[in-house]
Design a protein around this ligand. Sequence first.
Ligand code: 13P
Length: 255
Amino acid sequence: MNPASRRPLVAGNWKMHGSRADAACLINELVARGVGTGSSEAVVCPPFVHLEEARRRLEGSRIGLGAQDACAEEQGGYTGEVSAAMLADAGCRYVIVGHSERRALYAESDDLVARKFLAAGRHALVPILCVGESLAERERDATRTVILRQLDAVLGAAGVPAFGRAVVAYEPVWAIGTGLTASPAQAQEVHALIRGRIAENDATIAASLRVLYGGSVKAANAAELFAMPDVDGGLIGGASLKADEFAAICAAADR
Ligand code: 13P
């Protein structure tokens, strides 16, 4: 279990799923189940077009709102993009940056991810910075190198103080949507690596940094992952679309 100084966080990344009615229904069910009322923090990250519906439904609840991505630029000719300012204005507190699907499918570089992280900070959004290695990278023993490269790109651009109001999510690409979960020991090893890198720069910030695990987390395996000392909650994909599963995962993060 992580120390009391780090309040566990469970964030649901809905990815590109569901209608507005589905979003409304899911949020109503989460609220009815008391999600967010425990000692851990709960956040949902719906698609952009459902943010307003989600914000209205979440009013008066203890569940926070986040977005799945943000543009690195402030405004202008960036057709199809959504700025961090717009997300803050829409009621978001969190924004995911550098998800592996964005890196792999939309060729987002470490540099672009760093600029998105900075954009989030300029608008008082808490970035959830995703890092993670592919299966090929793990098999050729490059996990450490890849994680540190992705982390260092943001550390170099934003500086360690920015991590005082950020969250990092370790999401091994081979565990996302595959049903293959990193073992608690595998997750712990990388989480300790991440915290260690931040500690080399600032031990106090490292001690309070929340590092989430993501990749096929479900109600059945959440507790053993969250029991690891450097695992401070989860970034949940598929299981966040089911109210009962997500509620159970949030409960597993409560102390
Ligand atoms: P799954 O939980 O569906 O594996 O997705 C994890 C993820 O990518 C969350 O951002």
